[in-house]
Design a protein around this ligand. Structure first.
Ligand SMILES: Nc1ncnc2c1ncn2[C@@H]1O[C@H](COP(=O)(O)OP(=O)(O)O)[C@@H](O)[C@H]1O
Ligand SMILES: Cc1ncsc1CCOP(=O)(O)O
Ligand SMILES: [Mg+2]
Length: 270
């Protein structure tokens, strides 16, 4: 069982080590992703030129690959940086944005998963269901509704690709295929902020950079991010101020707030 103290230790480790994060992401989320990474104490660099991605990935604390705006060029950037990261022992986080929306996205994600060693896959339920080949009512980049057992689906994905799988939603499910955690923090305004899932992925990378135990890293990143969102939601009027408050709450997160608000538990394997 992961302790609340561990979530606190990892939050501190990110702030102390200020890991360099190499991020290849979409143009919708790129600015909030960089600002959110800075707010938690990491140091982001958004770079996708073929001439430099291998060099940057190899010296980073973690690499985050987000397929939100895929192009043949960015796919090659992801493969080059991913292989360089794997060779250098740098953890790679993958956000399969809209994986169920088109064959192009699904095939690209499968190629990335087959060719690269991925530490954490982070997506919403519709995206993770698509990876598992399950029917789900996903709508573009949004999760949509499905009636499958998301814990079982996440565990299958984790086991198939030997990776931690983090499914976000009203409750988050994090699993390495053996141990599974459910996180109940969050706020209903999150889905009204585009890029909030993408920023979650970048924060997963920040935590993976400071913990070789990627299950712990993912649970800590998910709980800490969701608490910041919960506190932001209590202070704001709607999606515009939520986005602003979220950046503040990521920066202002403390040990006391984590102790007071963390709502996570281990769940029985399905
Ligand atoms: N209905 C909800 N209630 C509370 N928190 C939510 C809700 N939906 C999503 N979240 C939170 O929003 C964050 C972003 O996740 P999500 O919206 O699922 O990603 P995506 O933008 O990729 O669909 C996560 O931290 C998740 O816990
Ligand atoms: C709207 C949109 N379209 C392509 S990428 C993107 C951002 C998706 O961000 P998130 O998954 O965090 O909501
Ligand atoms: Mg998303």
């Amino acid at each position: 069982m992961i302790s609340t103290q561990r979530l606190i230790d990892l939050m501190r480790a990110v702030r102390e080590k200020k890991p360099l994060l190499h991020v290849i992401t979409n143009r919708v989320a790129i600015n909030d992703s960089a600002n959110g990474a800075l707010a938690v104490g990491a140091s982001p660099i958004m770079a996708e030129a073929h001439e430099e991605v291998e060099t940057i990935a190899a010296i980073s604390g973690a690499l985050e690959l987000n397929i939100g705006n895929l192009t043949p060029y960015s796919i090659q950037s992801m493969l080059l940086s991913g292989h360089a990261a794997n060779q250098a022992g740098v953890p790679v986080v993958l956000d399969p944005v809209g994986a169920g929306a088109t064959e192009f996205r699904l095939q690209t994600v499968q190629k990335l998963l087959d060719e690269l060693d991925i530490a954490i896959i982070r997506g919403n339920a519709g995206e993770i269901a698509a990876l598992a080949g399950e029917d789900w009512g996903a709508k573009g980049v949004d999760a949509g509704e499905g009636d499958g057992d998301i814990v079982a689906i996440a565990e299958r994905v984790a086991r198939k690709w030997h990776t931690v799988t983090a499914v976000s939603g009203a409750a988050d499910t994090i699993t390495d295929g053996q141990q599974t955690y459910c996180i109940k923090n969050g706020h209903p305004l999150f889905p009204y902020m585009t890029g909030s899932g993408c920023l979650n992925g970048v924060i997963q990378a920040a935590y993976a950079a400071v913990s070789p135990n990627y299950l712990e890293a993912s649970v800590a990143a998910s709980v800490n991010y969701a608490i910041a969102g919960q506190l932001a939601g209590e202070k704001c009027a709607g999606p515009g101020s939520f986005r602003q408050q979220l950046m503040d709450e990521l920066y202002l997160l403390t040990e006391e707030k984590i102790r007071r608000y963390a709502a996570f538990e281990e769940v029985a394997r399905s």
